[in-house]
Design a protein around this ligand. Structure first.
Ligand SMILES: *[C@@H]1O[C@H](CO)[C@@H](O)[C@H](O)[C@H]1NC(C)=O
Ligand SMILES: *[C@@H]1O[C@H](CO)[C@@H](O)[C@H](O)[C@H]1NC(C)=O
Length: 243
């Protein structure tokens, strides 16, 4: 493997910045917050893995709780959904939560985890993915994202996949777009250090033994159905997604 690439991967895999979440410092009710995220970013943030929770808990806010995209299902009060689509599959409730008084229909986060809250003015997290219209090789795309943003995007859940797809629909892109998926020393990994606990490989499943050139992961851009991941030649020039 290219030694520069090894360095880049080592240097940044423990990066703590999470620019896929934007903390919006406006103290608003829930619905205007959702509209704001949808207009300027993608949606209220789904926050559904250990690593991100740990990072977000470090953000202090005077109002106590920061709103995320968690919402109670309108048909089944025991069920929680993400405003961006998809059911919640992993839970990070603080102890004693979720409280079930009528009206506690939204989710927020503080340094103990998630809390069920009423729609009350507070600051909020939006989810952001950036579609870059330039055509670059996978490695150039990685460098570009790390220079201008945070990293080549990882896809941590089905909800994030839906949000990325929504973002892709706003642009004209190449048929495949690079994401931060890479085959290194016998397995696929996210270059931002995110664990692969959600997978969306296309037909044939995960390539266990990809051709030496086909070690970079791309999303196939689709109209309706959910996009799938594919292994591609790292030297192909494609658009890509940063966060
Ligand atoms: C609220 O309801 C859920 C689902 O029935 C339950 O798991 C949870 O413990 C309840 N919360 C409290 C504080 O009783
Ligand atoms: C995509 O390209 C088509 C044809 O060139 C153009 O008509 C359309 O406005 C473009 N859409 C966006 C979102 O840029």
């Amino acid at each position: 493997m290219n030694p520069t690439l090894t360095c880049i991967l080592l240097l940044l895999s423990s990066s703590g910045t999470l620019s896929k979440y934007v903390h919006v410092d406006k103290i608003w009710y829930r619905d205007p917050s959702l509209s704001y995220c949808r207009q300027y970013y993608t949606d209220l943030a789904p926050v559904n893995n250990e690593r991100d929770i740990v990072e977000l808990r470090k953000i202090k806010d005077d109002t106590g709780y920061i709103l995320i995209g968690l919402e109670r299902s309108s048909t089944d009060t025991n069920k929680w959904m993400w405003s961006g689509g998809g059911q919640v599959t992993r839970f990070f409730w603080a102890s004693g939560e979720p409280r079930n008084e009528t009206g506690r229909n939204y989710g927020s986060i503080d340094n103990n985890g998630w809390h069920s809250v009423y729609t009350y003015p507070r600051t909020f997290f939006c989810y952001r993915a950036i579609v870059v219209g330039e055509e670059k090789t996978w490695e150039e795309a990685l460098e570009y994202c790390r220079e201008h943003h945070d990293d080549l995007a990882s896809v941590a859940s089905e909800t994030e996949m839906m949000l990325i797809q929504r973002e892709l629909r706003k642009h004209n892109t190449t048929e495949h777009v690079w994401i931060g998926l890479r085959f290194l020393s016998r397995d696929w990994l996210w270059v931002d250090g995110q664990e692969i606990d959600y997978e969306a490989w296309g037909e044939g499943g995960k390539p266990l033994c990809p051709h030496p050139k086909m070690k970079c992961g791309a999303l196939q851009v689709t109209g309706g159905s959910l996009s799938v991941w594919e292994a591609h030649d790292c030297e192909e020039r494609r658009n890509f997604i940063c966060y």
